[in-house]
Design a protein around this ligand. Structure first.
Ligand code: AMP
Ligand code: GLY
Length: 423
């Protein structure tokens, strides 16, 4: 079977790495891909949101499965584009329908879904430009810190957590009246602040059945000790040591089952990943957010631990028979450390030559923002290369990743040296 992966990050290189190992895969395409995917698949220079170019590629290359990496094409309805097209409707698309993708595309929609299905989450109210004053009054009823969330997609920047009530009121006004995040902040969700430690669980569902993939913890801030600006993610650890059996049972019963059953009850066509961002408050899990795709860089730590053939797993998603497959998981820990361009997540330069990739052993190199320039690999984004390692516990695995990063070089390379500091 010919397969297409959409996207160009570390997550997509990891998908491609696992898919290329499967005997069920004949030719693998990645669009647009990066220098890492170029070494194991055919990169095709088309955008993940150019649906007609994707259609042409799928027909021309007889592609039977499309794995959607990022959220944008899902929120824009790529899955519906396939199911409604006579020539494409039999292609297996891993990713939910446009309706399902609203769980990530609209924070308000996600909150309403959570409340409809009695899934534990923070209390909230949402406001628009005409209800700014009510929003300010609502803030008065809460205690600091104040959590303001732009309703729509804002590239991970749409959440503000503020200590000061006046600042919170000003930012609310900025978001609603001055459209700080463009159309994404035409509506704002104000939430109760939850205090605890975060983790993520990943569920793959075929719309009837589901499997739970390994847990992971992501490090979002640029600076050590979780300080500074938010990034796409600076590294991840899987499994999360505090997610023991008792806690995982709570997550399964209180969150995963009601989520999948809620999708079924509401007739939402959903064949793909549900990435559930959770926070442990006391001994109980609460949902912070849903994403409708895998996480990046969580994928770089989670998927290498999945021993089950990924293409076989996706085929079961396609014909709604996930109950027929047993998930086999590597019991070792996996960690991934992201190297980034100096300056990221603010302005940074691209086109810096990367050396030392070939001298890395005992770790897996996943490319993110890289591209080929002649026979050189150069930087092409903020997050550049993730180094994944396995060992019996996460500290040993991290040590391996850090030792291997020493062999990698590009101008102004930066990475966090303190992953796992909070565990
Ligand atoms: P989100 O985009 O919804 O995942 O929010 C981004 C980050 O903001 C989360 O990973 C949390 O660290 C933090 N956050 C979001 N909502 C809350 C909340 N209700 N209480 C505390 N922290 C939150
Ligand atoms: N690492 C967080 C995300 O993928 O949204």
């Amino acid at each position: 079977m010919n397969i297409l992966v959409l996207g160009s990050g570390g997550r997509e290189h990891t998908f491609a790495y696992k898919i290329a190992q499967s005997e069920l895969c004949s030719t693998l395409f990645v669009a647009p891909g990066n220098a890492g995917t170029a070494s194991i698949a055919i990169n095709v220079p088309i955008s993940v949101t150019d649906f007609s170019a994707i259609k042409n590629l799928v027909l021309k290359e007889d592609i039977k499965m499309v794995v959607v990496g990022p959220e944008d094409p899902l929120v824009l309805g790529i899955t519906d584009y396939f199911t409604k097209d006579d020539q494409l409707k039999n292609v297996v698309v891993i990713g939910p329908s446009k309706e399902g993708a609203k769980l990530e595309g609209s924070k308000e929609y996600a909150k309403e879904f959570l409340f409809r299905h009695n899934i534990p989450t923070a209390a909230y109210q949402s406001f628009t430009a005409t209800t700014v004053e009510e929003g300010k009054q609502f803030l008065e009823t809460l205690n600091a810190p104040y959590v303001l969330k732009a309703d729509g997609l804002a590239a991970g920047k749409g959440v503000l957590i503020l200590q000061d009530i006046e600042e919170a009121k000003n930012e609310l006004e900025n978001m609603l009246t001055n459209k700080k995040f463009g159309a994404a902040s035409e509506k704002v969700v104000i939430e109760e602040f939850l205090d605890g430690i975060e983790l993520s669980v990943f569920v793959l569902t075929d719309g009837k059945n589901y499997v739970t993939l390994p847990t992971a913890k992501d490090y979002k801030r640029i600076g050590e000790g979780d300080t500074g600006l938010n990034t796409g993610g600076m590294g991840a650890i899987s499994p999360v040591p505090f997610a023991d059996e008792v806690f995982m049972t709570k997550i399964e019963e209180q969150i995963i089952k009601p989520t999948v059953n809620g999708l079924i009850k509401e007739n939402i066509d959903y064949k793909g990943f549900v990435f559930i961002g959770l926070i442990k408050v006391g001994d109980d899990p609460k949902v912070i957010e849903y994403n409708v795709r895998m996480g990046d860089p969580e994928t770089e730590a989670v998927l290498p631990r999945v021993k089950t053939d990924l293409v076989a797993l996706f085929k079961h998603v396609g014909d709604q028979s996930l109950d027929k497959i047993d998930l086999e998981i590597d019991q070792r820990s996996a960690t991934t450390v992201m190297t980034v361009s100096g300056g990221y997540p603010e302005a940074y330069q691209k086109g810096k030559e990367i050396t030392g990739i070939d001298s890395i052993s005992e770790s897996i190199v996943f490319h993110a923002g890289t591209k080929l320039e002649g026979d050189k690999v150069v930087t092409n984004g903020g997050r550049v290369i993730a180094i994944t390692s396995f060992d019996e516990d996460f500290r040993k695995a991290l040590k391996k990743s850090y030792e291997n990063i020493e062999k990698l070089h590009f101008d102004k390379m930066y990475y966090r040296k303190d992953l796992g500091f909070d565990l």
